[in-house]
Design a protein around this ligand. Structure first.
Ligand SMILES: C[S@@+](CC[C@H](N)C(=O)[O-])C[C@H]1O[C@@H](n2cnc3c(N)ncnc32)[C@H](O)[C@@H]1O
Length: 211
């Protein structure tokens, strides 16, 4: 079993210069005040989504417990750290030092991937690939409900069911409060859709994916 401490990423910041320079590139000539404000907001949000701190949002125990109820237990969490696994209780987990993308994936997986845009795409693509190859036999995936993104659509293309939780998931971090800015989705990959419904339907509506 891998154990490693989490990286301390608290020194990350988005500078005003960075925001102004990038926002300017989005603007038409003679931009209105509203367009300037929207461009600045857009750049700030994208920069924050890429900040390393965006990855340290840990799963509340109730979600990990429900995932274990569906699958029997969690064999692997491919993106985690020692603190997060106190709640997830995966038999094995990979940390940023291991680089979960470069490790073998297997069995019943629980995944709440890093939220940076590049990493979330890579983790979701790897899960889909490993599931289709039969190395991952079932998976429960907790992500933002970003249904328009390529990574969400990739997950949906192999998922059998999805739960849309009521309210936002209250993630946790050992040192600071974390508050999500949008809602979440829990996707299930596997054949036990009845078990998934039983485990998750008091947390939000469960929908089956038509094939
Ligand atoms: C959103 S947190 C979720 C943690 C845990 N899976 C959970 O559900 O509570 C994502 C975790 O992935 C870790 N991480 C980031 N890049 C990683 C990588 N390349 N390989 C493995 N873990 C990584 C982060 O340090 C962070 O602890």
């Amino acid at each position: 079993m891998h154990t490693a401490s989490c990286k301390n990423n608290s020194s990350y910041s988005v500078s005003s210069k960075h925001i102004i320079v990038h926002a300017a590139r989005l603007l038409p000539k003679n931009a209105t005040t509203r367009q300037i404000r929207q461009a600045c907001q857009s750049v700030t949000q994208h920069a924050l989504a890429d900040a390393p701190t965006a990855s340290e949002w840990y799963t509340p125990p109730v979600y990990a417990q429900r995932a274990a109820d569906v699958m029997g237990r969690i064999d692997l969490d491919p993106a985690s750290c020692h603190a997060a696994n106190q709640a997830v209780d995966a038999a094995q987990y990979y940390t940023v030092e291991d680089d979960g993308l470069d490790q073998p994936w297997f069995g019943r997986v629980f995944m709440n991937p890093p939220y940076t845009r590049t990493l979330i795409q890579q983790f979701c693509e790897k899960l889909v690939e490993q599931y289709l190859a039969g190395h991952v036999t079932q998976a429960v995936v907790l992500v933002n409900n970003a249904t328009e993104t390529r990574w969400f659509q990739a997950l949906l293309s192999v998922a059998s069911a999805v739960c849309l939780p009521i309210g936002r998931v209250q993630f946790w971090h050992p040192d600071k409060p974390v508050t999500p800015r949008q809602g979440q989705a829990v996707l299930y990959l596997g054949e036990n859709t009845v078990g998934f419904t039983t485990a998750f339907n008091d947390l939000g509506n469960v929908c089956y994916i038509a094939r």
